[in-house]
Design a protein around this ligand. Structure first.
Ligand code: CAA
Length: 256
């Protein structure tokens, strides 16, 4: 099951299928997609955190028992559903943060890669072991791992299927921050609150602009950045942010 808890502008989405190390079967992945759609459209939510229940796993991947019975059409639909979830995390106009508390394998690593920020417990383990099942990453791993960590790292992990520890994940840039296991969620929530106090308009524009950086035409993307930058000058938040700096006080952003 998927649970969603809320604290002000921060929503924490928890995958809870601990008997299967939070592997995602069809009902769980469908529920995840539905919750992410709701959060994308919820104007009160500014930051979405994705994590796994229990101490062992973030998400140990797509459910292999479910996948073992799929034919080609079923696998296409299954891949599409996973891609929907990853794209929601990647493109929703609010910041998504993966709090990786344990195994993030296969589809789990792919959903973490789709988030804007990745924090991990020192006990976390990452990998794209699909090749060992005679398939390949199917929810974006071949593309996003190369974008986040570079082609060499992506080929190493995707072709060998090897599982790496949290220290290596930090070293190769797969995660930005490591925390002690019992401190992970507090650290992520502190970051989420900090981001939740910034202008959601600026965060959404920044996310969209950076998302374009490795796609399409460079010059068009630079033009797009300039337009997004200029558009923000129509917002009350821009006036407030700059006035607060000049008046030496904290800014209060409304998202207008
Ligand atoms: N799918 C279904 N069940 C899973 C699972 C998965 N991805 N990962 C773990 N489980 C289940 C196990 O079958 C086991 O259930 P039972 O007790 O009913 O047998 C339970 O979770 C506990 O797992 P283990 O007994 O295996 O625990 P362990 O500590 O010995 O090993 C592990 C942990 C190394 C993570 C191991 O479970 C493992 O290798 N899991 C599979 C990881 C994997 O290959 N993930 C990628 C899936 S493919 C994919 O995700 C495709 C895609 O791109 C979309």
């Amino acid at each position: 099951m998927i649970s969603v808890s809320r604290e002000d502008a921060v929503a924490v989405v928890t995958v809870d299928r601990q008997d299967a190390l939070n592997a995602l079967d069809l009902p769980t992945l469908t529920e995840l997609r539905d919750r992410l759609l709701e959060l994308r459209d919820d104007g009160d939510v500014r930051i979405v955190v994705l994590t796994g229940a229990g101490e062992r796993a973030f998400i140990a991947g797509a459910d292999i028992k479910y996948m073992s019975g799929l034919d080609v059409d079923g696998a296409q639909a299954w891949g599409d559903l996973g891609h929907n979830c990853a794209q929601l995390l990647e493109t929703m106009p609010k910041v998504s943060i993966a709090a990786v508390n344990g195994f993030a394998l296969g589809g789990g690593c792919e959903l973490a890669l789709a988030c804007d920020l990745r924090y991990a417990s020192t006990r976390a383990k990452f990998g794209q072991p699909e090749v060992n099942l005679a398939v390949i990453p199917g929810w974006g791993g071949t593309q996003r791992l190369a974008r986040v960590c570079g082609l060499g790292v992506a080929k190493d992990l995707v072709l060998t299927g090897r599982v790496i520890d949290a220290e290596e994940a930090l070293r190769i840039g797969l995660v930005s921050t490591l925390c002690e296991p019992d401190e992970l969620l507090d650290r992520v929530l502190a970051t989420a609150r900090e981001l939740g106090a910034k202008s959601p308009l600026a965060l959404a524009a920044a996310k969209a602009a950076v998302n374009h950086s490795l796609q399409g035409d460079h010059v068009e993307n630079l033009t797009g950045e300039a337009e997004r930058f200029a558009d923000l000058f129509a917002s009350e938040d821009q006036k407030e942010g700059m006035a607060a700096f000049i008046e030496k006080r904290d800014a209060t952003f409304t998202g207008r």
